[in-house]
Design a protein around this ligand. Sequence first.
Ligand code: CP
Length: 333
Amino acid sequence: MDFPSDFFADHFHLGIFFMKQFLSVNDVPYLQGLVHLAKEVREFPHKYPTLGSGKCLGLIFMNSSLRTRMSTQRAAMNLGMSTMVLNMQQDGWQLEFGDGAIMNGDKAEHIREAAAVMGQYCEIIGVRAFSGLKDRDADYAETVIQGFAQYTNRPVVSLESATRHPLQSLADVLTIENRKQVAKPKVVLTWAPHPRALPQAVPNSFVEWTVRAGYEVVITHPEGYELPDTFTAGATLEPNQNKALEGAHFVYAKNWSSYLHYGQTLSQDPAWTVSAEKMALTDQAYFMHCLPVRRNVIVTDEVIDSPQSLVIEQAGNRVPAAQAVLIELLKGL
Ligand code: CP
């Protein structure tokens, strides 16, 4: 991506990147502008210390989190914004999402009231709701995060939904922009083994964002791990991992379960682990992973501990990524 810097210099005052919500890259009117803002925020994190004062960010977690929780809270703090965190599984009521449901079972509260009430307390709502990996149609309909978006009457930020993780992807693009040495780097997304079935949200989102950023994106995985076509348009599939890695500038490792055989683990083949031998096939590529990562399953110690590993920088970039998104949403309030 190229940034005509004088055009963007005034972006904050012009408000040209107005966003209503942040559920996917499709909510970003101008990706270059958002990445540019994130770069600026990384350099000057305290440039807008009162933008969020008097406002509250509600963070609703249906699932565990380290990076997303802490980086988003830190981003809000840098803008003078308060946060409230609700761990729904431990502390909230069980929510019903079905229209017309007769609620005589375990679920005590409907999303219609829960989301509307949260909107009374918070100006922006963040939601983390992973896929269940049982019902593909329900997961890909994004019932939970769409329920919040529909009924809260506030901008909603995805903290990772069933099919996407846009805050992670923005941080990933920011990391690549910071490190790339050619205008259009070759970015390889490689499947890697894992003992548990994981969602497709991170790889789906990573492909969407990196294609939109204008990179050469190559995906490699064992048979049966094809990602949905709607997310992979513009990327190339190379089933041979060694071939895919040739000439790569960035290697992004991630496990995901099968989309075709929904939620199933079809392989745990250690030959797909990212090792020093695999990295030697690349053009001195950087190694990336969203974390948390299983050492010596996804990637060897030698690779993740090498100077080419960007995993800590990526995690650090979660703060400016979240802060850029909050700035854009606060401008619309
Ligand atoms: N990468 C990421 O989203 O980390 P957490 O699940 O710890 O938030």
